[in-house]
Write a protein that binds this ligand. Structure first.
Ligand SMILES: Cc1cc2nc3c(=O)[nH]c(=O)nc-3n(C[C@H](O)[C@H](O)[C@H](O)COP(=O)(O)OP(=O)(O)OC[C@H]3O[C@@H](n4cnc5c(N)ncnc54)[C@H](O)[C@@H]3O)c2cc1C
Length: 380
């Protein structure tokens, strides 16, 4: 039976799987390969870190997202041979007639001494839970727990907001315990890839709540109880890595063109340089021709890329014309803990409940499209 194989059941992979299953008849075997059995709502990890969201609300069984005919394969992808459309996995070799690589990204601490060992990444539900538990553990023994977050992007900003809200809870409950939250950022503003006004508002909200933000402090070393940025030292009980990331290392060994952050360069149909092999999401480096910039790694764009990759994989098989990928960024929204948030929609910056509603609206739209109103009600 001819086979379409989708590697990775994240934002890009799920959307592509659904699209392929809608387009191809049952003569085609559709495989979804992932190391887990649940789709993870990565965008909600900061809420798990802060303890305001039960992890089960971020884990959606694949069975609820894809058609019954999709063969779910639980396996670790080890290496990819795109010229053969073959994948080595923890359960053996898979060969496909058409393949999508949507394995996402991972933390990239390369070049910073001690970071891999001592800094905790925030890339999965397990990572987020680990951070939450470590903070809880330290709070048992210490009155003040010092958390240093390395990075100044969306993840760092939202994680800082979640932790500072936790501190407010500790203080309101008069536990005698507190958290000291510091962001150590290498450039001169938060959210360097985003709207400047949004970044200013986010920084003001966090600073007012008590987050210490240090800019222009490129981290050089991470130790058990300290983050160093040149001569400056930041004492830390817990260090969180929310800075650079890179594409899944599974794409490294194939002979395709890799761009910044190890992302596979794709054309405007999201094809790699190998026939029948598409790449989407954080693993892909697509180009936004309208704005003349490479696309950012975001869930919003991963979903759009998954849609187009799925469409084009089916089009190749059915002998239909492919569609071009034209990214559309609707805006951005960040939770900053409690009722605080900041969002930007069509150039307008929103704060407070309006921003929270924007963020929640995006989640509901995503869930409703991925699995209908029932899924949105269960996980929204
Ligand atoms: C804390 C945090 C908050 C974020 N918030 C936002 C936000 O608010 N808005 C936004 O647009 N973006 C946000 N992002 C970015 C967004 O989450 C990513 O861009 C998005 O998840 C990329 O989607 P993807 O499908 O490429 O990869 P992923 O969603 O990461 O999915 C990759 C899938 O591949 C699987 N996989 C990986 N390696 C292997 C392997 N070797 N074998 C088998 N399976 C494997 C994983 O299990 C996973 O299911 C956030 C990111 C983080 C870390």
């Amino acid at each position: 039976m001819p086979t379409v194989t989708i590697l990775g059941g994240g934002y890009a992979g799920i959307r592509a799987t659904r699209r392929v299953a809608e387009k191809l008849d049952k003569a085609w075997n559709i495989q979804l390969v992932d190391r887990g059995v649940e789709h993870q709502l990565i965008t909600r990890l900061p809420e798990i870190v802060g303890g305001t969201l039960d992890p089960s609300r971020c884990l959606i069984p694949y069975m609820r997202l894809v058609a019954k005919r999709v063969q779910l394969i639980r396996a670790h992808v080890i290496t990819i041979s795109p010229s053969l459309r073959q994948v080595e996995t923890s359960i053996g070799t898979l060969t496909a007639d058409s393949m999508l690589v949507a394995l996402g990204g991972t933390a990239n601490c390369a070049g910073i001494e001690g970071a891999e060992r001592h800094a905790l990444p925030v890339r999965s539900v397990d990572n987020a839970l680990e951070i939450h538990r470590r903070v809880q553990f330290c709070l048992v023994a210490q009155e003040e727990v010092r958390v240093v977050i390395i990075g100044g992007g969306y993840t760092a900003t939202e994680v800082a907001g979640a932790l500072i809200e936790w501190r407010r809870g500790l203080e309101r409950a008069r536990t005698g315990k507190t958290l000291a939250v510091t962001i150590v950022n290498d450039v001169d503003r938060l959210l360097p890839a985003g709207n400047q006004r949004l970044a200013e508002v986010a920084e003001r909200v966090l600073s007012d709540k008590g987050v210490a933000v240090r800019h222009r402090a490129p981290v050089t070393q991470v130790e058990t109880n300290e983050v160093r940025a040149g001569d400056v030292s930041f004492p830390a009980d817990i260090v969180i890595w929310a800075a650079r990331s890179r594409a899944s290392p599974c794409v490294d060994d194939a002979h395709w063109q890799l761009g910044p952050e190890g992302r596979v360069v794709v054309d405007n149909y999201l094809r790699s340089s190998y026939e029948g092999v598409y790449v989407a999401g954080d693993a892909a480096l697509a180009y936004d021709y309208a704005r003349d910039v490479p696309t950012a790694a975001s869930a919003q764009l991963a979903v759009q890329e998954g849609q187009i990759a799925g469409e084009n994989m089916a089009a190749d098989i059915l002998g239909k014309p492919r569609v071009e990928f034209r990214p559309g960024v609707l805006g951005e929204a960040l939770l900053l803990g409690g009722h605080s948030g900041v969002a930007e929609l069509a150039g307008v910056v929103l704060t407070g409940r309006a921003a929270l509603a924007t963020k929640h609206g995006a989640l509901i739209r995503y869930l409703a499209r991925a699995g209908g109103p029932r899924l949105a009600a269960d996980y929204g």
